[in-house]
Design a protein around this ligand. Structure first.
Ligand code: ANZ
Length: 955
């Protein structure tokens, strides 16, 4: 530890010690709070402020807000918060009005699970966790505008979450205008007859239930009985995004089943194209954009109708060019047409492997369906697995050549994608090939192999898959594709399909609508009630917020995780008084039942950036002028948005996709001017930590492990060491509180920023933290007399050239690094300057000390504020101008190099003193005077004595 030696403390009572750091930091934190130092003025409203500051260019800098977990913070959590704070401070010092604050994302499962275990109300534990986290965060000296903070569980906040839900509920997507519009405009179209009511009746003839059902087909938030992900172990349904690749719940790792349940959905699919297109103008990591693109999964292809018994089965294919190779069809087991075409008996001569040993097609289908229902989509689609399926007994017709193709059901075809039916082309699709081999189905080659395997599929081991080859064996009476390449063939066949009425070109998306209800207590209640006919009605704005009721038991009803036949039960349904209400929704008092699901925990984070702008507005979501000021479109950011958003890469799809969708709806409806929430996204790396495990593989407390004899030891037993996550469960968590107590917040900030580039993961090493503490000690000593506490700087214009160069190079470099978020190299440059000044000795000129303090201010704000005050200033360092380098001192000094040919001086070059021999030789030989003097003569030898002499001997 630092200064425990009493003699040293006596000799230097004003040394920068942990105790002094603690005192300085607490004092300035109180000062900043009292002064509202970080308050960012709005152009109007209750947070309006200094017009001069409002007139500056704005910067809205944001972190992904934390979930207030009971475990509190470890040193990994604030990495991003410190980075945004350094950046925000730098932006403040370079002439910007900076909005930086932090709220809490406080609905969600952990609080509820904790409540179930301990019997504490989730609000009580969540609020306690928030308080605790606020204390931890305050200790770091983060420059947040605290007037703008909130938690998503505040009724003042979730009132607006509910309000947005109603905006979405009350709108539909107009495909022609490519935007959301109020549902009332759709109703007007139906009423006037401008848009015909499906089924031929007029709007006025429809009952209220029929009207509601019809509008449900259009609303952007709608209830439907679709198959959903039901997780009995958690007792709730889950969004696709919350289910892992192996079909389990991301949280808790329980099995997830497909079940048909009435649930709320958000029609995010209406925005698929815009969500894709607008990615282009965003300044996001390419990896995240790619993940969003893949998740949205746009595929161009065709729908093709296969006639069957006077009707048709429509398939979706991305390869209509292979239509001549379609030798059978597969429907998803759940496909609604399966029963319809399944005959009573197997057709004459049905292959035994096709029947699965069942006596009738109906029996075979029923048995196979039961088997498929127990598998997740991902399991069903696994490439490697053996293909299973069964013949339905039905045959359809391939429209291109009139061939009869058998219709199978198989679980590798999913109901939720395309049309839930495929044409199988075993020659050129891997899964179809495996299936065809298993069921002894014909395989035809229609794309000419380019790998020398020949065109006889009987000799192949797998499908030939290529998007860049020639079509063969594809000539019929009506159309021929032979000789075309894949792209040409797709165009030709699609045109033929459309002309003949057999199908059409189409675009398909992988993206599904967003399942929006959860069977939870600790979430936002839906502002929806049902009348006696079961028709959903929106609550009027005047009834918002609809607050969560008190219930005796807020635990979800969970079930045996493997029991797929269970049904969710919502905790809110247990409070009958709250559920059954008499309300006047404009047509007199009537009885209603409230919706008892709650919103998913993603809801609160879908729009929180907007609340920061105008946090106390009780009349509007956000004042339009204030929104435009902070988030409106600008040059280089055509969709507007937050200037910088920093958080972990794990939110690539869920949160970021949902938030983008809500922004677009609010934008379409005219509530905001920014069609994108986050213009620039930055993913910080993770702080990792060593995990030590004993021979049983159990993690042991990292702090008690000793390193000796080239190994690691815990209680006399040898343990292994691996780099992993930091956390309580791995017994390797280090808290910011510990580090702040030992060295102070400024040291912790510097250490976290110095560890490496921000986007790279880095291992935590408590022993290395002291290095940054020593930097601050030297900085302090360069300005303050440790014996007296007085500043030692002198007012003089006489500064040595070396120091001026060191200073201005540091200013130039640090400025560029902070702007580019290269905080680690900025610290290296400050360290270099400080070391130069330490070596130089003597009292520092004020003209050097002051810019030094300003350079440090964004990184270590407390010590900078203290030194600034000691240097005689009365205003905060936070709002000073960041120093600007004098270019005259930034360029390197040069030396003169003489270039001789045959001993005669031909040129003089100004070069850097550190130039390498190679570089100098190249420079000399390229010089035009040298080229002219050589006059085409070859070179025998070049003698280089860098940096001063080059002697050329011509051939
Ligand atoms: C014929 C074909 C021939 C296909 C060929 C592929 C290769 P993406 O790119 O992901 O959109 N498919 C269509 N609907 C399906 C469903 N519900 N479940 C499982 N598979 C389905 O994939 C589209 C391709 O996946 C479609 O194109 C279809 O197989 C299959 F040489 O049709 B293809």
């Amino acid at each position: 530890m630092s200064e425990t030696n009493p003699a040293a403390a006596e000799a230097a009572p004003h040394r920068y010690t942990a105790a002094l750091a603690a005192e300085i930091e607490a004092r300035w934190q109180d000062f900043w709070d009292a002064e509202g130092t970080y308050a960012a003025p709005n152009p109007k409203g209750d947070l309006a402020g200094d017009p001069e500051v409002v007139a500056r260019p704005k910067k809205f800098i944001m972190d992904m807000f934390p979930y207030p977990s009971g475990a509190g913070l470890h040193v990994g959590h604030p990495l991003g918060y410190i980075a945004t704070d350094v950046y925000a401070r730098f932006q403040r010092m370079t002439g910007h009005n900076v909005l930086h604050t932090l709220g809490f994302d406080a609905f969600g499962l952990p609080a509820e699970q904790y409540a179930v275990q301990t019997g504490t109300h989730p609000r009580v534990s969540t609020e306690a966790n928030i308080k605790n986290m606020q204390v931890q965060l305050r200790r770091l000296g983060l420059g947040h505008d605290k007037r703008r903070s909130f938690a998503t569980i505040d009724p003042d906040y979730y009132k607006w979450t509910q309000w947005i839900f109603l905006q979405i509920f009350n709108s539909w997507y107009d495909q022609d205008a490519q935007k959301a519009r109020p549902i009332s405009e759709l109703v007007a179209q139906f009423e006037s007859g401008e848009r015909p009511v499906p089924g031929g009746r007029s709007w006025s003839e429809l009952s209220s239930v029929e009207r509601a059902d019809l509008l449900s087909e259009y609303r952007l938030a709608y209830a439907s009985d679709a198959p959903v992900n039901w997780c009995p172990g958690l007792g709730t349904v889950l969004a696709n995004e919350e289910v892992t690749a192996d079909g389990r719940s991301e949280r808790g790792n329980f099995p997830v089943f497909k079940a048909k349940l009435r649930q709320w959905n958000m029609r995010i699919t209406a925005y698929a194209d815009r969500l894709l297109d607008d990615l282009g103008a965003l300044d996001w990591p390419e990896a995240i954009k790619l993940q969003q693109r893949n998740w949205i999964g746009r595929s161009e292809g065709a729908r093709v109708d296969f006639p069957i018994d006077g009707e048709k089965i429509t398939v979706f294919t991305t390869r209509p060019d292979t239509l001549f190779g379609a030798t059978y069809m597969v429907l998803a087991p759940e496909h609604p047409l399966v029963e319809k075409f399944t005959p009573d008996a197997w057709p004459e001569g049905t292959h035994e492997v096709w029947t699965g040993g069942h006596a009738t097609p109906a029996e075979a289908v029923a048995a196979y369906r039961a088997q498929a229902a127990s598998k997740s989509d991902v399991e069903r689609q696994a490439e490697a697995k053996d293909k299973t399926g069964v013949f339905t007994g039905a045959y359809a017709t391939n429209p291109v050549n009139g061939q009869r193709v058998p219709v199978f059901i198989a679980d590798y075809v999913l109901m939720g994608y395309g049309t839930g039916a495929i044409m199988a082309v075993p020659g050129h699709d891997t899964r179809d090939f495996a299936f065809a081999r298993a069921f002894e189905l014909p395989i035809v080659c229609v794309v000419e192999p380019t790998d020398g395997r020949g065109t006889d599929p009987a000799t192949w081991d797998d499908a030939f898959v290529s998007h860049d080859a020639k079509i063969v064996n594809s000539s019929g009476e009506h159309v021929s594709l032979d000789g075309l390449n894949v792209t040409e063939a797709k165009a030709r066949i699609t045109e033929w399909l459309e002309r003949e009425g057999h199908g059409e070109g189409t675009v398909n998306f992988r993206l599904r609508d967003w399942l929006f209800s959860r069977q939870r207590y600790w979430g936002e209640p839906f502002p929806i009630v049902y009348d006696e006919d079961g028709v959903a009605h929106a609550l009027p704005e005047s009834m918002l917020p609809l607050e969560l009721p008190e219930v005796d038991d807020y635990s979800p009803r969970t079930f045996d995780p493997d029991d797929a036949d269970t049904q969710p039960e919502t905790p809110l349904s247990r409070n009958e008084d709250w559920v059954n209400v008499t309300l006047d929704l404009g047509d007199g008092p009537k009885k209603y039942r409230r919706e008892t699901n709650t919103m998913p925990n993603w809801a609160g984070s879908c729009w929180y950036e907007l609340r920061y702008l105008d946090p106390h507005n009780s009349e509007k979501l956000v004042d339009p002028e204030i929104e435009r000021y902070w988030m409106g479109p600008r040059e280089g950011m055509p969709h507007g948005g937050v200037d910088l958003y920093v958080g972990g890469a794990e939110h690539a799809v869920l949160h970021l996709l949902y938030a983008r969708f809500w922004s677009k709806v609010l934008y379409d409806l005219g509530h905001i001017s920014s069609a994108e929430p986050f213009h620039k996204l930055f993913n910080q790396g993770m702080i990792q930590a060593y995990v030590y495990r004993d021979s049983r593989g159990i993690a042991v407390p990292a702090a008690e492990v000793e390193e000796r004899d080239g190994g690691y030891w815990y209680q006399g037993e040898r343990v292994t060491r691996l780099l992993g996550k930091m956390g309580k469960s791995l017994k390797n968590a280090v808290t910011p509180d510990e580090i702040c107590a030992e060295y102070g917040a400024d040291t912790l900030r510097l250490y976290e920023m110095a560890m490496g580039p921000l986007d790279v993961s880095r291992p935590w090493d408590t022993r290395a933290v002291v290095g940054q503490f020593r930097l601050l000690q030297r900085l302090w000593r360069n300005i303050v007399d440790e014996a007296t506490g007085e500043v030692t700087v002198v007012d003089t214009d006489d500064v040595d050239e070396d120091t001026l160069r060191a200073l201005h190079k540091a200013i130039d470099g640090v400025r560029g690094d902070l702007e580019g978020m290269r905080f680690n190299t900025a610290i290296a440059k400050v360290t270099e300057l400080n070391n130069h000044l330490t070596k130089r000795g003597g009292p520092l000129p004020r003209s050097v000390a002051e810019p030094l303090v300003l350079l440090v201010a964004p990184l270590a704000p407390h010590i900078a504020e203290e030194l600034w005050r000691k240097l005689g200033h009365t205003d905060s360092v936070v709002h000073q101008d960041f120093p600007v380098a004098d270019p005259a001192y930034v360029v390197d000094e040069t030396v003169t190099c003489v270039v001789q040919i045959k001993g005669k001086v031909k040129a003089r070059l100004e070069v850097s003193p550190g130039i390498s021999e190679d570089e100098l030789e190249k420079t000399a030989l390229a010089d035009e005077r040298v080229v002219a003097a050589l006059d085409g003569a070859g070179i025998r030898k070049v003698i280089v004595r860098a940096p001063k002499l080059v002697n050329i001997v011509p051939a």
